[in-house]
Design a protein around this ligand. Sequence first.
Ligand code: PHE
Ligand code: ZN
Length: 886
Amino acid sequence: MDIPKEIFLKDYKLPDYYFDTVDLKFSLGEEKTIVSSKITVFPRVEGSSPPLVLDGHDLKLISVKVNSEELKDKDFHVDSRHLTISSPPTGTFSLEIVTEIYPQKNTSLEGLYKSSGNFCTQCEAEGFRKITFYQDRPDIMAKYSCWVEGDKSLYPVLLSNGNLIEQGDLEGGKHFALWEDPFKKPCYLFALVAGQLESRDDIFVTRSGRKVSLRIWTPAQDLPKTAHAMFALKAAMKWDEDVFGLEYDLDLFNIVAVPDFDMGAMENKSLNIFNSKLVLASPETASDADYAAILGVIGHEYFHNWTGNRVTCRDWFQLSLKEGLTVFRDQEFSSDMGSRTVKRIADVSRLRNYQFPQDAGPMAHPVRPHSYIKMDNFYTVTVYEKGAEVVRMYKTLMGSQGFRKGMNLYFKRHDGQAVTCEDFFAAMRDANDADFANFLQWYSQAGTPLVKVTSSYNAEARTFSLKFSQEVPPTPGQPVKEPMFIPVALGLLDSAGKDMPLFSVYHDGILKSITSNNQPVYSTVLRVTKKEEEFVFPNIIEQPVPSILRGYSAPIRFESDLSESDLFFLLAHDSDEFNRWEAGQILARKLMLSLVADFQQKKPLALNPKFVHGLRSILCDSSLDKEFIAKAITLPGEGEIMDMMEVADPDAVHAVRSFMRKQIAAELKAEFLTTVENNRSSEEYVFNHPNMARRALKNVALAYLASLEDEEITKLELHEYRTATNMTEQFAALAAIAHNPGKMRDEVLADFYNKWQHDFLVVNKWFALQAMSDIPGNVENVRNLFNHPAFDLRNPNNVYSLIGGFCGSPVNFHAKDGSGYQFLGEMVVQLDKINPRVASRRVSAFSRWRRYDETRQTLAKAQLEMIMSTNGLSENVFEIASKSLA
Ligand code: PHE
Ligand code: ZN
């Protein structure tokens, strides 16, 4: 293969031409679809007429016309990626192009394709070039119309962006619809859907009194499962008005659910397309986690209408401009709809378990990458989740009102434009007259900063000092790093566990007031900007216990000199609930790491009774939120612990975590049994925080008990499984039963499948549960499931459940005989021929092969090399595999 070309941010050039209007016409057919486009083109520099280069991929060109005249062969050139018009006329001209495409054969799920018999599109990042020749880049913003025609009985519903202008019948059993989108947009936001769908309809009245029609489209039989999605949509529309003053801008908002979709969902202007699993829910078939994910993602896509669509990205390097900001917005939305602390804990865990490892591996890249081979590979936890943390830091530094001012200025300056991360930064800065020092480093430096702090109390001087030092580790292409601007939120606890009043702090020897309206504060934000830096609090009358990095105010690794007893104290008293949870996690991580060392040295394992005591007091504290308790008694994940080791040892970490769970379950058995007993459902399923919290706590207790392998518990699990009236509890019981191998496990798994085989979303859960299992030698089961009639490698949800699930079980994926690596290697090669984007996302599981022992390194490397030597490898997989080997 030709070595694929790398694209660099520093090479960005303004386009030579802009497009004003784009009129599209689709004639949908069974063999082929004809796409005609008519574009008004004008040069960026008046009077210039350089060649016009359009992107195009897998297209059959039928004709090209300029100003209504068909171009002769010598006037244009087509290759496998481009159509070039050598000397366009000067000034504005019209360009008409006709192409032929074959959606029925398109398994890549980008461009126009078919899912369950319906046509749909996916254009982000660069899928529009699979529909027609175009300048496929986000800084080309134009006004679109779209005429769609097709067989009326096969495709009764015809949708595109904007407003429906006209529809009617045509000859030969066909019909048409004409759509017009009044807002300028980049082509990645174009969408078309055609097929047999029905809608749940509702209305939202905006705060200025406009009525917006809301429609959620699915196959008829799924309509009853769209109630929650509709609730989420209306809640999101209201929230964006209340919190950001942002109103929806059209009279119609459509959501379509499709079963074959690469990602979660897509924010196409007024025609969002969703993976069905993020729309369809009923209490019987979807879990609380699904309900919460639907709320978040419906919010996310809706919020893109302002942060993404009205203001979009200049180029794909700026992806986090829209994604980091919109993830931040959806996190805030979910927090306001449920528990802020619990949401924060979930988001930080996600960052630690997925983004930290990426930031420490060969694919580490800044929130705004400097280069890429395939943009598809950069829809990452770094761009999304770390990007959201960067946005959150602006808010931490400036407060809600300051942040809102910054957002207002951002929209005032940039509505209708394609802009950069600096533009966002400048709006935040200018609106607040703020000094952000070297904050922009967060966009350009990869790697997770490591911040250490040491504290000391001077009883005589009554001062309390915090000395910070920071280091940003080297990452590929960035051996040396500058210090970062790190907002550190903190408070100081007195001996009664109350926050001390704070008035001022010495920084660089200068005393600065930190009061608010002349009143003391109980929590403040320090700005740590240097490699080493000291802050001294005066008038501190007794030795405090500092609660540092409250609410996780920066995406860093953090080490302090807090003692074990300080941490237990924080766990019991901190007014910042996040830091209470965090104190417990720090204790657990320390404990797990020391047990891992014991295990490796073949010493007997013993659990610190103080830790168990700490867990017991949380579990039995009726003043605490139940979901908080559920999170606080959950041990850090295996990945998180491996990430902290010099050489990751999946067997040791797994053994230790299992040991701890079993030990905790044995010692707290009575408490766990009571917890299950007291938290059963008494009423119908409701999606609200108190009910979800109750179910979460019950399920965590049940999961602990499952590790006991005792007959009485098995009976209890079976009872819970049989009497459950919702998927949250039924599935948790199933998982508990499936924890231990044996006949019971097999029977109940079979029973569950029989019950739910008609529902592909539930079947995916069934696949995932088995794939993630820690049962020894599970790779064989997974291979069998791969041949299960319900499994289809072309469906991304199936792939994520089975293959993604399998890679999520460290013991089996990293099996020392290489069986897990070999399975993934085979899957990647097969998948790449079907859908490169889905395949390359799976390759990342190999990326950190250097973190393991030599045996595993050799085995994993061999698979990467095997992948690299495969004929016809996609650029997507090439990029991840080659960077992993580099
Ligand atoms: N832009 C989508 C989102 O985050 C994600 C996406 C990217 C979907 C690329 C499909 C393809 O909301
Ligand atoms: Zn998004």
